[in-house]
Design a protein around this ligand. Structure first.
Ligand SMILES: Nc1ncnc2c1ncn2[C@@H]1O[C@H](COP(=O)(O)OP(=O)(O)OP(=O)(O)O)[C@@H](O)[C@H]1O
Ligand SMILES: [Mg+2]
Length: 147
């Protein structure tokens, strides 16, 4: 029989608008439901829900808008987060716990602890971030399903 590991079982791309805090969290919530339905291990579901929530909020806060794509394979999941925006000048600095440039009005909503990117890295099995100043940022996260 052919190897089937690389066959996609589910793929979806959704947009996040700049400043849309009312909708923020909806995508990660829908991922959670979808992955539970697919029978994905609850620990992986929890990690992916945290990582995708942080990514979704960052799109609303720090960018001009972007997209989140989830691709579910039989043995792993990819989450690709792309935005148009200012980009990140110093990625190592942005990755530090507690570093945040979130404005006061965003902090009033409870965001801006500087924990989003470190949480994404901690919750994913593979984490890659690339950014171009004045253009945008791309984050790719991988989650293993078999161990
Ligand atoms: N997509 C992005 N585009 C531009 N800058 C970003 C992006 N994501 C993160 N940053 C920068 O990196 C900093 C750290 O991001 P991180 O998500 O860790 O913290 P935060 O969003 O400021 O606060 P928290 O996530 O705890 O609410 C941000 O304050 C911002 O300066
Ligand atoms: Mg954040």
């Amino acid at each position: 029989m052919e190897r089937t590991e690389k066959e996609t079982t589910y793929q979806e791309t959704r947009r996040v608008q700049k400043g849309d805090f009312a909708a923020a969290g909806q995508i990660s919530a829908s991922y959670k439901n979808m992955l539970k339905r697919l029978g994905v291990d609850s620990k992986v579901v929890r990690r992916l829900a945290i990582a995708s929530y942080e990514a979704e909020i960052n799109l609303a806060i720090h960018t001009l808008g972007g997209s989140m794509t989830i691709i579910v394979y039989p043995d792993h999941i990819f989450l690709v987060v792309e935005d148009t925006g200012p980009g990140i000048a110093d990625i190592a600095l942005a990755m530090q716990e507690g570093y945040s440039t979130a404005p006061e009005e965003v902090r009033m909503l409870g965001f801006g602890a500087g924990m989003g990117l470190p949480n994404m890295k901690r919750c994913s099995d593979t984490f890659e971030i690339t950014s171009e100043l004045g253009s945008g940022t791309t984050i790719r996260m991988g989650f293993n399903l078999l161990n």
